[in-house]
Design a protein. Sequence first.
Length: 214
Amino acid sequence: MSRHIVWDWNGTLLDDLHVVIEAVNRSMGLLGIDPIDEDGYRDHFTRPVRSFYDSLLGRLVSDLEWDRLNQGFHDHYYTLVPAARLAPDATEALRVVEEGGWRQSLLSMSPQPYLEWMVAAIGIEDFFEVIDGLSGPTGGTKAEHLKAHLAKLAVDPSGAVVIGDTPDDASAARHVGAAVVLYDGGSHHLPALEEVGVPIAHTLLEAVDLAGRL
């Protein structure tokens, strides 16, 4: 049985998809781009995030457009996100992991100061040995960050399970040799997750249960 859970934050523990879409639409509005709905977001979202905008617009975004979209998104997101809440069974899932004697940590592609602030504001920071966000540019992929995260914790990847909501979470886990469970509650349609070929959970409690079987 695996003994360490690496949790994703946005779209997994934090139910913030509606906030993300609103921030995307506000940032695109600055460039005169039409808004999208939840289906449109899930149809196109990918990492690196710049490729998401390429897909959404059907062309390559320029460097200037990318800078404005990325900065605009984060400015609006941080204004809106205090209204977001945890996924319905997030706290219960964290408690099940803790009571089962597993170690658990949090790894996000969000900037470190925001991540620490939000996790503390919600009051779940004590569940995690380490809370890792980004200290550099946003918008990349998770693989190298996961490698550094596990090294910091001295966790053998073969004993770790990543729980996240994107194919990028699965790619990162495969990159380091960890297992993964994808949660069908975030940024992608279920068929896109099924194409990855890993276990899929519809609740976080189910994700924890599946992690214990890997």
